[in-house]
Ligand binder design. Structure first.
Ligand code: NI
Length: 182
């Protein structure tokens, strides 16, 4: 297991289009996923994408194992998202409904911004063993998947903020809340 350094906005790897995984259930893939999980847990993230630890392949993980109280504290209003390994994802928005809400990112520490996302989403992909994943989701789950999969196309959430007045430092925006300063 290894906690990796998370690349921060400005690093060119975060702007690259990541390449698909071609072989599942390999030692290298399992090691990558373990590193992502260790790093996400260490940083209390809601999700993380492989390019954020410098590996430009189409792998994201997100969600929480049931016992993770730290993530619940950080996203108290969010419905629980099941812990998921998602590889080579495809995203298909359902309907035209858009929701705006606050997002943060481990690659943009200490900041939050309001980002529009599709409310309802159909997504598919594979887990680390090559098993198919096919889900219809909405709300926070849909938002997390859209945020993490954007990383695979070189998109960071500040690029999606419509009005930069909706972007700022977490401790200034939410001075009385116990939100982690990442
Ligand atoms: Ni992110």
């Amino acid at each position: 297991m290894a906690i990796k350094t998370v690349l921060r906005m400005g690093d060119s790897i975060l702007l690259m289009k990541a390449t698909p995984v071609e072989q599942f259930d390999t030692p290298a893939l399992h090691e990558l996923i373990q590193d992502l999980e260790d790093t996400m847990q260490h940083m209390n993230g809601a999700g993380i994408a492989a390019p954020q630890i410098g590996v430009s392949v189409r792998v994201v993980i997100f969600g929480q194992k049931e016992s993770d109280e730290r993530v619940k504290r950080r996203y108290p209003d969010a419905d629980a998202v099941p812990y998921t390994v998602l590889i080579n994802p495809t995203l298909m928005p359902l309907g035209n409904e858009i929701e705006k809400d606050w997002e943060g990112c481990l690659s943009v520490p200490g900041m939050r911004g309001i980002v529009p996302r599709h409310t309802r989403l159909h997504y598919t992909g594979f887990d680390q063993y090559g098993n198919k994943i096919d889900r219809l989701v909405s709300g926070f789950h849909a938002r997390v998947v859209q945020h993490e999969c954007d990383h695979l196309d070189g998109i960071l959430y500040p690029m999606r903020i419509l009005d930069l007045k909706d972007f700022g430092y977490t401790d200034v925006l939410f001075p009385n809340q116990d939100i982690q300063n990442d």
